[in-house]
Design a protein around this ligand. Structure first.
Ligand SMILES: Cc1cc2nc3c(=O)[nH]c(=O)nc-3n(C[C@H](O)[C@H](O)[C@H](O)COP(=O)(O)OP(=O)(O)OC[C@H]3O[C@@H](n4cnc5c(N)ncnc54)[C@H](O)[C@@H]3O)c2cc1C
Length: 486
């Protein structure tokens, strides 16, 4: 196959630029790689018009995963601040649960600049201001991308042996893919969180570690403040913060009806900021490294990754594959894991001359074994949590979460709530008993799902059966969860 490049990376955001560097690393810089993005060269990796909207938090563990394997170090200025973990507060604020583990607060605007310089040094080429609209095909094989060059307003086409789609949650390449029935194109609206945040400086108000802590990323669970999601106060320094929240739209509508309000994400954030007594006189950051990025709204998926991540000549990575973790919408970690893994599979596939679905299939297995085995269980767990009242969440956090459960959640896994059977008789209130039943149920389903993911087929042949069984289980579980709580 004669192509413009060996590998085309569509989307030069976080996942795309890691993937490009990973391909370069594993191919010992032998493969030609082009990264294409619609942002300008001066604003690389910008997600949308409101900037690089993100909570900016990532665990050290996933950064180390990347650094150890493909030798990409992250330092200052892309790392802005260090934290010791995440602290989750119950709606009544009586329970705080520390999920310990070192982490970083990133500067998402600076990060792509640094990444791109590093990638360019490795020989990766970039085309900016290209709006990609679709894939090119030869028969049943993806052979490139097409779109519009925003600089010249001319049609744009580039061919490659493999296209890595890293264009984020709204991917038009995935939405319209024509050479596969295995890749899902769209997702349920209820699997998307509407989110927003500000990056702000402030004066210190009341000393209250449940409202601001320079060492911990604070999460507030509260169905009135952030229905179907959570509010966050993530420190970027002693007096700098990333503060925001995410909601699920249908649950927000119900909450508005219940409270007789008409709130949206932006009004909820203002209210959330206003009631924080530790943050006085907040103002949006005007630092050059936050330019065009101090405030913004965007969306993030909270479900399992796409059931299949590859087609002939095509692979998905990052948000385009719905990789953010269902429980907390953390998408940087899985993007680092997948972006790291993808390079080896790509280099080997091109080397062996098999860039078909079969030749790329290994990537599915490798991502699942490293990370993706747990996401379907967390999707079911998240659905359960979203249906709870504030009282149930407060009760559950106080009485149902043992040390092992906290440890499991820290590792991003579904807890097994082993203590629940022992305290069964002592649970107070019908709704809390229902919650305990729900947790036992999601634990059971999670264990089935995890096994099922570890049995993901070795080749494309067994996929249809595997996916059918997966969907039967998910559908059955969703019906049961709805019956519990409606
Ligand atoms: C409010 C909010 C808070 C979050 N907080 C956290 C957090 O604290 N921690 C965490 O781990 N994750 C968080 N996430 C998720 C995280 O931001 C994403 O998972 C991450 O940015 C995914 O990177 P990506 O490269 O896959 O996609 P993106 O960052 O969306 O990058 C996509 C790239 O593709 C380009 N592109 C898109 N479409 C086209 C097109 N048609 N043509 C050409 N180029 C295109 C874009 O310009 C962009 O550069 C949050 C998300 C939101 C919205």
């Amino acid at each position: 196959m004669n192509t413009d490049y060996d590998v085309i990376v569509a989307g030069g955001g976080l996942a795309g630029t890691i993937a490009a560097q990973s391909v370069s690393y594993y191919s010992k810089q032998k493969l030609s790689i082009l990264v294409i993005d619609r942002s300008t060269q001066f604003t690389p990796g910008q997600k949308n018009i409101s900037g690089w909207t993100c909570g900016d938090a990532v665990s050290k563990e996933t950064v180390d995963f990347m650094t150890e394997r493909i030798k990409i170090p992250w330092t200052e200025p892309e790392i802005e601040h260090h934290v010791k973990g995440v602290m989750a507060f119950s709606p009544d604020r009586e329970t705080s649960i520390p999920f310990d583990g070192d982490g970083y607060m990133l500067n998402r605007q600076k990060l792509p600049e640094v990444q791109n310089q590093r990638a360019q040094k490795m020989g990766v080429k970039f085309d900016f201001e290209i709006n990609l609209t679709g894939l090119l095909y030869e028969g049943n094989q993806v052979t490139g991308v097409q779109g519009i060059d925003n600089k010249t307003k001319q049609p744009y086409k580039k061919t490659g042996k493999i296209v890595i789609d890293a264009t984020g949650i709204t991917s038009m390449l995935r939405n319209q893919i024509q050479n596969t029935t295995k890749i899902e194109r769209k997702i349920d609206r209820r699997d998307i969180e509407s989110t927003g945040r500000h990056i702000m400086y402030f004066e210190k108000g009341e000393q209250d570690p449940s409202e601001f802590d320079p060492d911990y990323c604070i999460i507030h669970l509260d169905q009135d403040i952030a229905p179907g999601g959570y509010g966050w106060v993530f420190p970027k320094g002693e007096n700098k913060v990333n503060i925001g929240l995410g909601v699920e739209k249908t649950i927000l509508d119900k909450r508005n009806k219940r409270l007789g309000k008409n709130d949206n994400v932006s009004s909820l954030i203002e209210e959330y900021l206003h009631r924080n007594k530790a943050i006085k006189n907040p103002r949006l950051s005007t630092d050059p490294i936050d330019k065009n990025n101090a405030t913004g709204n965007f969306q993030v998926s909270v479900r399992r990754q796409n059931d299949c991540l590859v087609a002939n000549g095509y692979m998905l990575v990052g948000d385009s594959a719905w990789m953010p973790k269902p429980l907390d919408a953390g998408g940087i970690g899985p993007a680092l894991v997948a972006g790291t893994l993808i390079g080896k599979v790509v280099a080997e596939a091109i080397e062996s001359g098999d860039v078909t679905e079969r030749g790329l299939w290994k990537y599915n297995k490798e991502f699942i074994n490293e990370y993706g085995y747990k996401t379907a269980g967390l999707e079911i767990f998240r659905r359960l949590i979203q249906t709870l009242t504030n009282d149930q969440i407060s009760y559950g956090m106080k009485h149902f979460l043992g040390n092992l459960d906290v440890e499991a959640i820290s590792k991003g896994e579904h807890p097994d709530f082993s203590a629940l059977s022992k305290i069964g008789m002592m649970i107070r209130g019908a709704l809390n008993k229902k919650l305990a039943d729900g947790l036992r149920f999601t634990t059971q389903v999670n264990s089935w799902l995890t096994k099922h993911y570890y049995n993901f087929p070795e080749t494309p042949d067994g996929f249809e059966r595997w996916q059918k069984e997966l969907h039967e289980k998910l559908d059955e579980s969703n019906v049961k969860l709805e019956a519990y709580y409606n």
